[in-house]
Write a protein that binds this ligand. Sequence first.
Ligand SMILES: [Zn+2]
Length: 125
Amino acid sequence: MPSLGKRSREKRDQCEVELQGVLDEAINHFDFSVICGFRGREEQEQAFAEGNSNARWGQSKHNVSPSRAFDIIPYPLGFAAEDEAFYEMATHVLGAASKRGVRLRWGGHFRSLKDLAHFELIGNQ
Ligand SMILES: [Zn+2]
């Protein structure tokens, strides 16, 4: 059974406890790496400048602590992974969220700048 590596666990621990539960559940069904939990000011502005995020500092759910969003990528594939692996991963993550009663929005469903790695809490839950 897959499990989160050390770096992934560090990123997971930066997230809201509901999100941690979703990650811990989903990893039992699909292997992935957590590449972002909380994102600081400098990191957020850099992501914006590089076109990896459409949010400025303070506009992203990654910018609060604990983080209300996480980014994950299929393991062992990297960013070059085919979209298909991301879609399969999202199915497992959204399934884990629904099982736990956590309302989660996937970046793959964003209308502008689809972000297949991104998941965030909806509203103020
Ligand atoms: Zn993100």
